[in-house]
Design a protein around this ligand. Structure first.
Ligand code: PLP
Length: 359
């Protein structure tokens, strides 16, 4: 018997996908992935070293991560009556939610341009994807959204708040309206909350169809992989069944618990990033032919002539940003830069200024 080949076994939608591309970053100034550029203060680094040295990595982790959840609950003021579900990054939580809802023909609705993983994971899980365009200034087109919601009746609606890759917070009243008229589940993805200051977490008690997702990745702990979902027990009870029991490892649980007891330290770093964001945007706006969009996140989207060419030239000078040119019609000639340290930002700004002068 000859066996079947991969393309006879693997689903057509998966064969058609291209894998999520992460460019090599060795020796690069990495301003492409919204990482926090700062290390933990040394007192915390030492405490963590001590804790992990004694960790029982011969044992499976606590499947409920009870201690960590308790720390999150107090440090992030989770409303009473709401549960927390932990994920190996919030990407895993997106996948759990979609897996749970992926009945044949069930739809996932989101905005475009938006977070790329929403569409990718819709494909993984066999959900029907619906992407509704934002306005050219990346604000939400409420009328178009309301029409699309009543027409498609999505099982799930995902919105990043602030949005990635545009960096803006959507209008709060518009989001309230969307949650109210949606019959399906609405998930607000607050990955950039530390830089925005606004949240839907305190509105959870008002809406039975709302869940709020957060992550520690953009806060300085991208390497730990910890995301979490907050919402009513009636939702999380079922989602928990799809969470693999040991998805958050021993080291992540111990480290995150300790670090979150010093949440003010991380928030302080985020505040510094917010201040440098303002400087970076003012500089970008001052460059001839550059349009920089307002940001409530730790990155800035900007538009300039010959973006793809400038992107390559930046790369040759060891600066890695994200090239969004050709990723969506509204992002023609757009690049996205993560706010780095003042030194990294200066090097980026000076290099960009030279390149624009040369081109
Ligand atoms: C970065 C990002 C995430 C992913 O976070 P992880 O917790 O690292 O998986 C989720 N949502 C948005 C909008 C992001 O930009």
């Amino acid at each position: 018997m000859t066996s079947l080949s991969p393309d006879q076994i693997i689903r057509q939608e998966i064969l058609a996908l291209s894998a999520y591309h992460v460019p090599p970053a060795k020796d690069m100034i990495k301003l492409d992935a919204m990482e926090n550029p700062y290390q933990l203060p040394s007192f915390l680094g030492e405490e963590i070293t001590r804790i992990t040295a004694g960790a029982h990595i011969n044992r499976y982790p606590d499947p409920h991560a009870a201690a960590l959840k308790e720390t999150l609950r107090t440090s992030l003021s989770i409303p009473d009556g709401m549960e927390i579900m932990l994920g190996n990054g919030s990407d895993e939580i997106i996948q759990i939610i979609m897996l749970a809802a992926a009945k044949p023909g069930a739809k996932l609705l989101t905005v475009e341009p938006g977070f790329a993983m929403f569409k990718m994971i819709a494909t993984f899980t066999n959900m029907e994807y619906v992407g509704i365009p934002l306005r050219p200034d990346f604000s939400l087109d409420l009328d178009m959204m309301l029409t699309a919601i009543s027409h498609h009746q999505p099982a799930i609606l995902f919105l990043a708040y602030p949005n990635n890759p545009s960096g803006n917070l959507f209008d709060e009243a518009a989001l309230n309206k969307i949650i109210q008229i949606s019959k399906g589940l609405v998930v607000i993805d607050e990955a950039y909350h530390p830089f925005a200051g606004k949240s839907f977490i305190e509105k959870l008690p008002n809406y039975p169809n709302l869940l709020v997702m957060r992550t520690l990745s953009k806060l300085g702990l991208a390497g730990l992989r910890l995301g979490f979902l907050v919402g009513r027990p009636s939702w999380l009870y079922h989602l928990e069944k799809l969470r693999l029991p040991y998805n958050v490892n021993v080291i992540t649980q111990l480290m995150a618990e300790k670090i979150m007891q010093h949440y003010d330290t991380l928030q302080h770093q985020a505040d510094i990033i917010k201040q440098t964001r303002t400087k970076l945007r003012i500089f970008l706006e001052s460059l001839k032919g550059v349009e920089a969009y307002p940001s409530d996140a730790n990155f800035i989207l900007f538009r300039l002539n010959n973006a793809s060419h400038v992107f390559k030239q930046l790369q040759q000078r060891r600066i890695l940003v994200k090239n969004l040119d050709n990723s969506h019609p509204l992002l023609k000639n757009c690049l996205r830069v993560t706010v780095g340290t003042p030194e990294e930002n200066d090097y980026f700004c000076n290099t960009l200024q030279d390149l624009i002068a040369e081109n």
